[in-house]
Design a protein around this ligand. Structure first.
Ligand SMILES: [Zn+2]
Length: 181
């Protein structure tokens, strides 16, 4: 059956650029005023160990402390005696440097609009956060998040939201989390 839109006014008169800006400003202001810090834990970077050098001495390998280690102290600068196992990389010569970033986000505990039964989670363990779209890469890549001092993992794929259907209208990210600690 064909839809008769003739009783509707012409499209595009209400959802003006001004209104979109007003909406984006208001939500950004909410994130700034009501939001709290959320720490996103990102995959660690694998790196060569800065604390040791591998030397070939008389046909066998020797680990030696790297005195030009750019780090100034633990955990990445721990001097050790020649031939001992490097305490930083435990002799693997590879270290994993943790990364994290901090973003402001509004935090809704026990959010509505979530099918707790279907996903088998209890409401007290679920939060909904809203970030600025600038956090997109970190929200997507993070392994877990610290929210109000507790650890969470993503319960849903992040979704870009905004007023309007154009990519540039999608200025915010909604993502659900489940408590893991
Ligand atoms: Zn090392």
């Amino acid at each position: 059956m064909a839809r008769d839109d003739s009783i509707l006014p012409d499209p595009g008169k209400y959802l003006t650029n001004n209104l979109k800006e007003l909406y984006a400003d208001a939500i950004s202001q909410l994130i700034s005023d009501l939001g709290r810090e959320v720490t996103l834990h990102l995959p660690p970077i694998e790196s060569g160990c800065p604390n040791c050098k591998y030397l070939s001495v008389g046909g066998r390998g020797l680990y030696k402390y790297n005195s030009s280690n750019p780090f100034s102290g633990p955990p990445y600068n721990v001097p050790f005696a020649d031939g001992q196992r490097c305490p930083v990389c435990r002799g693997t010569h590879i270290i994993h440097i943790p990364r994290q970033s901090t973003w402001h986000a509004t935090i809704v505990k026990r959010p509505r609009d979530y099918d707790y039964e279907f996903y088998g989670v209890s409401p007290e363990n679920v939060v909904l956060t809203k970030f600025l779209v600038e956090a997109w890469d970190d929200v997507n890549n993070c392994i877990r998040a610290t929210i109000d001092g507790l650890d969470y993992e993503r319960l849903s794929e992040p979704v870009k939201i905004g007023l309007g259907n154009n990519p540039e209208d999608l200025k915010f990210i909604n993502v659900f989390w489940k408590r893991v600690t």
